[in-house]
Design a protein around this ligand. Structure first.
Ligand SMILES: Nc1nc2c(ncn2[C@@H]2O[C@H](COP(=O)(O)OP(=O)(O)O)[C@@H](O)[C@H]2O)c(=O)[nH]1
Ligand SMILES: [Mg+2]
Length: 363
């Protein structure tokens, strides 16, 4: 009995021990599983916070894109409105074009001539376009310059009055003569000078050469019947007055004395042609600005004046004015208020274009 009970007790103790061992093992395994789960939970939490951050960034991007989209929508709307406006502008301009007056040009030709280096190009550019840079001049045969003088309405048309200035290179005087014979010339600007290209004082040899170039026999070729019938004025411009010293009256008298034979030869054509003599300097702008007023006054018909031109002519009236004409024969009486001398016709002489002719007198 006692043996049996000892055996039984041993079995029980063993069983208990086994059970205890199994339970311990189970617990250990459970803890390991728990630890693994805790680890995974941690990782999942970290991943979740990453995903949350990414989500926030994406949301911010979405907001930005939404705002940009809204801006683009506004821009698109504005551009559509702009296009609509442009469409209506185009329509308006088309209508205006359809009703616009047609433009025609009336050209008045002014011929500039003189021997080489007298300052023709400098002068032409100065009165035709006073802003021109004289430093860029090059040798020329003939250059053409255009200057719109005015625009006036006439019979449902707009007439653009244009001065076309032909500037002949000095060595092409024969070509200039040809042009005067064949073409309609409305004005002539004859340029002589007191000195050569870079001269600093009056040069009598050069002056004599120019007097020979335009001696009465040569002038006959210029003043042919065609030229006399179309030309409204001839201007003799004695250039480079800056090389003379003295008061402006003395300078003008000296310059005109040098060219007296030419002035007298030109005087010969006075019954048929309006003549004007200026003494000035293309380099310094003396008397140059009066050329425009003079050519306008003599060449452009009164119907060709527009308000701007009238304004300009008022600001720079071209001498002589009524009351300044002195019928004193061929006499030099000092400088005009604008630095020019006017050749006037003696009383009883014929008139040209309804204007009195004049002898030399101050303006
Ligand atoms: N001293 C002086 N020189 C001038 C004047 N006008 C032009 N020149 C000079 O004369 C030279 C010839 O001028 P340019 O206009 O080319 O003469 P063109 O050959 O008659 O066309 C240039 O060296 C100009 O600088 C002026 O009024 N005074
Ligand atoms: Mg030239």
């Amino acid at each position: 009995m006692s043996f049996f009970s000892i055996e039984t007790s041993s079995v029980v103790i063993l069983a208990i021990a086994v059970i205890g061992a199994v339970l311990t093992l189970h617990k250990v395994r459970q803890r390991r599983v728990h630890d693994v789960h805790v680890d995974e939970a941690g990782k999942l939490r970290a991943e979740m916070s990453l995903v949350r951050r990414e989500l926030q960034l994406r949301n911010a991007d979405c907001d930005r894109i939404a705002r940009h989209y809204a801006r683009l929508q506004v821009e698109l709307k504005e551009k559509e409105e702009c296009l609509l406006n442009l469409d209506s502008d185009i329509l308006w301009h088309r209508e205006q074009l359809a009703t616009r007056l047609t433009r025609v040009r009336r050209t008045y030709r002014v011929l500039t001539m003189g021997v080489k280096y007298t300052g023709k190009t400098s002068l032409t550019l100065k009165w035709a376009n006073p802003l021109v840079d004289l430093g860029t001049l090059k040798g020329t045969k003939t250059d053409r310059y255009e200057r719109t003088v005015s625009i006036t309405p006439s019979d449902e048309r707009l007439v653009e009055h244009v001065f076309e200035i032909h500037d002949w290179g000095g060595e092409h005087i024969v070509d200039a003569q040809q042009e005067m014979i064949l073409e309609e010339i409305h004005g002539v600007l004859l340029v002589v000078d007191l000195t050569g290209k870079d001269g600093k004082a009056a040069d009598p040899i050069r002056i004599q050469a120019q007097l020979r170039a335009f001696q009465p026999e040569a002038l006959r070729f210029f003043f042919g019947p065609k030229m006399l019938s179309t030309c409204k004025t001839v201007v003799l411009f004695i250039n480079k007055s800056d090389v003379l010293s003295g008061t402006s009256a003395e300078v003008e008298k000296t310059a005109m004395d040098h060219y007296r034979p030419l002035i007298e030869a030109l005087e010969h054509y006075r019954p048929q042609i309006d003549l004007r003599v200026f003494v000035g300097s293309a380099s310094y702008g003396h008397s140059t600005h009066h050329l425009f007023a003079h050519f306008v006054e003599r060449i452009l018909p009164r119907s060709g004046y527009d308000p701007q031109l009238l304004q300009r002519m008022k600001a720079d009236p071209d001498p002589p004015r009524a009351g300044t004409v002195r019928p004193v024969g061929m006499r030099l009486t000092g400088p005009g208020t604008h630095g020019g001398y006017v050749l006037q016709t003696p009383p009883g002489a014929s008139t040209l274009n309804g204007r009195p002719r004049m002898v030399v007198s101050d303006a």
